[in-house]
Ligand binder design. Structure first.
Ligand SMILES: [Zn+2]
Length: 445
């Protein structure tokens, strides 16, 4: 389908109005991948069927493609295998094949954008996978990637008690210390293809103590004496974070900050990061500062439900408090540690926390775009307007009435290309495509 065509909706969620509106037609150009026109239809102006080549989504609930603002394509559910074991034991090929599967699954679930916040011991593999998707080699969401996350020495690195040299662990985050080295690392990340700089404000870095049970920093909430055996401790000093943010700003890249502690989040927000991830121990003062600075909050409730279940009610209340304070939200559940394809669990949990549906959807779409850096990411998506990426999905059920509606994705379009229709994947394999980049093989002479 190379010529522009029109998608007709009877009910469409308009993120800019935060409202469900009626009778809208969206014309898209599959060549440029952009929306070329958004038009309000006079009632009754379409007959039984739409013009040939157009798409009839009347009777469904139409919205922009979902944006998952916190994912890890190279991780699969921790219920299946712990993070350290995935990194230590799975082959590079297995991890790549799994990631390709995750991307296809996510796209079919309506996710047209992934902000992938570190490759988890796969180096720059996330940037390379992004490029493969963009080149049409494998289907998946549009990816904005961090490559390796930054943290200081002895924090976000795979560790075991066996330091005899016999255990070889893959390198994870990039360990850097001091403002100058942090600047260098940001430059290195951008040169390696990162779209976003991800760093750890704090981490469980003093885990290697208090036997007898063997411990690992990725395992949350291990209970040993003393009272707080596995505390989150600051990873970077204020001057290091400021250097990081300034350097990223120079490279016009957004910064995402993993924060467990209020202290770490405060340093990040004051330094001007774009997003705060997790912040499971946040308070009103932090949220007020975030509101003042326009920092986007990605509460990652979906992973929290699994790893912090004992504090989960408190964390949901705190999410509600952030909403009351007026903090800007994005929706990303730390997808990977729980299954790809179930990203909407985050939206469902934000609803459970007491946030209105329209606010959560707007946060998913527009907040998601903002989390990717907004205009820094070089394109617009997440609402309907001329010149935006043509990302459109349709649900079989109305989320105002059915709390599982977001899981009933019937239609998916990304960049003007249809990937799901009548509930089935289409164009998933190369031979389904119209290739206009020259599909004839020229033998060597
Ligand atoms: Zn994460």
């Amino acid at each position: 389908m190379a010529a522009p065509y029109t998608v007709h909706a009877s009910i469409l969620f308009d993120p800019k109005k935060k409202a469900f509106v009626k009778d809208v037609s969206v014309t898209v150009d599959p060549k440029s991948g952009l929306i070329v026109e958004v038009a309000q239809r006079p009632p009754g102006s379409l007959g039984e069927s739409v013009p040939e080549g157009d798409v009839d989504l009347r009777g469904k609930i139409v919205m922009p493609g979902f944006v998952d603002a916190h994912t890890h394509v190279f991780l699969h559910s921790y219920d299946e295998r712990a993070s350290l074991l995935q990194k230590r034991d799975e082959s590079i090929v297995e991890r790549i094949v799994r990631a390709a599967n995750h991307c296809r699954t996510a796209l079919l679930a309506g996710y047209t954008t992934y902000r992938d916040l570190s490759s988890e011991s796969m180096g720059e593999g996330d940037a390379q996978l992004r490029d493969c998707i963009n080149r049409g080699l494998t289907p998946g969401p549009r990816m904005f990637v961090a490559t390796r996350a930054l943290a200081s020495t002895g924090s976000y690195e795979p560790r075991t008690e066996n330091s005899s040299g016999g255990v070889c662990l893959p390198m994870g985050g990039e360990a850097v210390d001091g403002p100058d080295n942090v600047r260098t690392a940001v430059r290195r990340r951008l040169a390696a293809g990162a779209d976003v700089i991800k760093y750890f404000a704090d981490y469980r870095r003093r885990i290697m103590r208090y036997p007898p049970a063997q411990q690992h920093p990725y395992i949350v909430g291990v209970t040993h004496p003393p009272a707080d055996p596995n505390p989150d401790l600051l990873v970077f000093a204020q001057e290091e974070v400021e250097a990081l943010v300034q350097e990223a700003k120079m490279g016009k890249a957004p910064v995402a900050c993993h924060a467990g502690t209020i202290e770490g989040a405060m340093i990040a927000v004051k330094a001007g990061v774009h997003t705060i991830e997790h912040a499971y121990f946040a308070d009103k003062e932090l949220f007020e500062l975030m509101k003042e600075k326009g920092t986007v909050f990605c509460p990652t409730l979906a992973v929290c439900e699994r790893v912090h279940h004992r504090r989960f009610d408190a964390i949901k209340r705190q999410t509600k408090l952030a909403h009351e304070v007026g903090v800007r939200f994005a929706c990303g559940g730390d997808t990977g540690p729980y299954p790809h394809g179930q990203g909407v669990r985050e939206i469902e949990l934000m609803r459970e926390a007491g946030l209105p549906l329209e606010d959560v959807l707007e946060a998913c779409f527009v907040g998601g775009w903002e989390a990717c850096g907004g205009d820094l990411c070089g394109m617009r998506f997440g609402w309907f307007d001329k010149g935006l990426r043509a990302d459109i999905i349709a649900l079989n059920s109305d989320p105002r009435e059915d709390k599982h509606a977001l899981r009933k994705v019937d239609f998916v379009m990304k960049d003007g290309q249809i990937w799901k229709r009548d509930g089935k994947g289409v164009g998933m394999y190369l031979n389904d495509h119209d290739w206009d980049q020259g599909d004839t093989y020229t033998p060597l002479k």
